[in-house]
Design a protein around this ligand. Sequence first.
Ligand SMILES: Cc1ncc(C[n+]2csc(CCOP(=O)(O)OP(=O)(O)O)c2C)c(N)n1
Ligand code: SF4
Ligand SMILES: [Mg+2]
Length: 347
Amino acid sequence: MTVATPEPRKKVNRIGLETKVYRGGKTTLCAGCGHNSISERIISACYEMGVEPERVIKLSGIGCSSKSPAYFLGSAHGFNTVHGRMPSVGTGALLANRKLIAIGVSGDGDTGAIGIGQFVHLMRRNLPIVYIIEDNGCYGLTKGQFSPTADYGSKAKTGVMNDLPPIDTCALAIELGASFVARSFSGDKKQLSAILKAALSHKGTAMLDVLSPCVTFNDHEGSTKSYAYAKDHEDPLEELSFVPYFEDISVDYEPGSTQEVEMHDGSKLYLKKLETDYDPMDKMQAMRVLDETRNRGEFATGLIYVEPKKADFIDVLNMVDEPLATLPESRVRPSKAVLSQLMEAAR
Ligand SMILES: Cc1ncc(C[n+]2csc(CCOP(=O)(O)OP(=O)(O)O)c2C)c(N)n1
Ligand code: SF4
Ligand SMILES: [Mg+2]
């Protein structure tokens, strides 16, 4: 008698799904592009958090960065909008169905240039979305022109110098009211993973500016968005550890050296302070540190600002719990009697 060898047990997450469910199509971006590393981190963060892919809506604009939603969460909903218009499409989608989990991927050009008006209103509304800017300081898709996040004095591959000051998307987002603002680097696996998981646990706009070098057009000497520059000038504000609400892990830390931030779903983010006494709930300090590090030619990374309890746009508008498309006519159309009353009142 032959005994069948049991199939090796497949590794699954807390909702019984394998990693492959969180993958998307094969990337068509250049080998070594920072955007590919960010897609990998999104895949692992969603797998580890046990995010249900069919509840996710992936949104983007136009650019190499905006192509990346095709490379993760293949079974999620997706909407590749017109250049810079992801915020309005996302707003519509989330108002129509508040049960969706929105992950938006944009570029520094898509957000900082053509989409800046939409970005501004998204931040002030605190719409519940994880909004990622894959920041390479150039328009990668159209062959590397300077974008609005390119630093003053940085050099293009052609040797041309950028003579305009940059827009700091983190400072802008904080100023406008975003309730979770972070900056990271595509090459910093540990920090980016913790930030992404915390962003997925946040209720409100989580704006992540992730330095993501363009190896084809902006990875040379004189660029301030190259891998070499980022590695040498990254200034982490804190060491981040994320503990999801469904895991019972206790973190040992010396009182005074670590700050605990409780996210909306009960997950915890532990911020081990590095050389400065940084408090990400202090808006003025956040703005000052962004300014100081920029003046030193460095870039501060980590959780820059958080306001975990701020009401989001869906609550402010007092939207119903159910997706609008599922509501019966009796709940979306006023009755004849109510309409007549309104007409009377308007006379
Ligand atoms: C309305 C419109 N204007 C201009 C373009 C040309 N265009 C395509 S992508 C892009 C910029 C992309 O830069 P970014 O968002 O930084 O993405 P990256 O390619 O660097 O990831 C531009 C200007 C366009 N597609 N549509
Ligand atoms: S051109 Fe630049 S941004 Fe676009 S895929 Fe290639 S490396 Fe990435
Ligand atoms: Mg870009």
